[in-house]
Design a binder for this molecule. Structure first.
Ligand code: FES
Length: 137
């Protein structure tokens, strides 16, 4: 009787572990399938921001003008909080389109574009300020 109970507990445990692993595999497959997205931004005017989603996350797409890129690159490094992100957003020679997460790095709210001293984004939850490259200022 006791041996039957122990054996059934082992079987139930193995079944639970197999179910968890199977569910994780299903989830991973879904994210791989959703990771590709094509979006026509030809109608997005320079200087404007588009909010959309990709791979289950809210993202911003910003089309920068030449003067916006130049002005943002000229901002002093002293006002940038995350010193690890010193590079301009693109090293592919095309820095006119920015794609970045729309999740505030503080606690996860969605910042509002075109606001603040840098006219990038401002998070209204607690006041985080971002420049037009999405860097925390
Ligand atoms: Fe954005 Fe706190 S969540 S400032």
């Amino acid at each position: 009787m006791v041996q039957g109970f122990i054996l059934s507990s082992y079987v139930l445990g193995i079944k639970t572990i197999a179910t968890v692993i199977y569910n994780q595999m299903i989830t991973r497959t879904r994210y791989v399938r959703d990771s590709y997205k094509e979006l026509d931004i030809s109608e997005l005017p320079p200087g404007e921001v588009l909010q959309t989603s990709w791979n289950g996350e809210v993202i911003f797409i910003r089309r920068l003008t030449v003067s916006e890129v130049k002005d943002t690159m000229a901002l002093p490094a002293t006002t940038q909080l995350d010193k690890a992100v010193m590079e301009p957003p693109s090293d592919a020679g095309n820095s006119s389109v920015l794609v970045c997460s729309a999740i505030c790095t503080h606690l996860g709210c969605i910042p509002v574009p075109y606001l603040g001293a840098y006219k990038g984004w401002v998070c209204l939850c607690h006041g985080s300020v971002y420049d037009k490259f999405g860097r925390v200022r």
